[in-house]
Unconditional design. Sequence first.
Length: 266
Amino acid sequence: MAEDESTGGAAPAPVTPAAAAPATPAAAPATPAAGQDGQDDQDGQDGQATRNMVRQPRVVTRLTDPRALRAMAHPIRLSLIGVLRREGPLTATAAGELIGESSASCSFHLRQLAKYGLVEEAGGGKGRERPWRAAAQYTSWPDVAEGPEAAAASSLLRTVLAERYFQSLSRWIQAKPDEPEEWQQAAHFGDTMLYVTADELAALADETQAMLDRFMARQTHPELRPPGARLVAYLHLAFPGDLSGAGEHTGQPGPRNRTEPREPGQ
């Protein structure tokens, strides 16, 4: 399953609200991800260090409807989901102030997200002063789309997310010279080419996520953040390809992209 933990950011100017799509079940209920029991195995340890590393169940909203994927593939909506995950519950007015949008625009987009189970009312308040919260800390959708409509919707969402990743990275590159030296050194920037099987690549993703899960409780429990902690964008990207560009001009895979079968004894 593809998985996103959109943290949002500055969004472009508000769009004109369009006609709302009919409400249909589009997402499976938010549930803890398999394999997460909410407790880190750190026998014999206590105090702040253990609390900082405690693992919580990773609650995931699983999108099953192409319309839900298209609904999410919008910069303002991604920003709203992100800010609600970090700062919520929030009213449309408060969320708008954080992402630089009008309360009317945020109110409209929150209602659209609610139709697909991505956000929900937190109770209390009226109209644009109703508080909203994110339905889950993560959103996932199938890696392999079922049919052309789902494939197109999935590609649209991935493209919008990739553009946001690039924008965030570009902002960091511009700001990096003015950042403290310790953060310039700690930030990651690079790539590695690997020969792996599909199973090995999937296992690598699981191992990486398990390491990151140690810090996820800090998202919703600020008291667990140690002094000096900052919000960091940690991108997950790994896919078959050759960064050298080999094969681009011929339309064929580069010679390093595939391992040719060998005859016995070779």
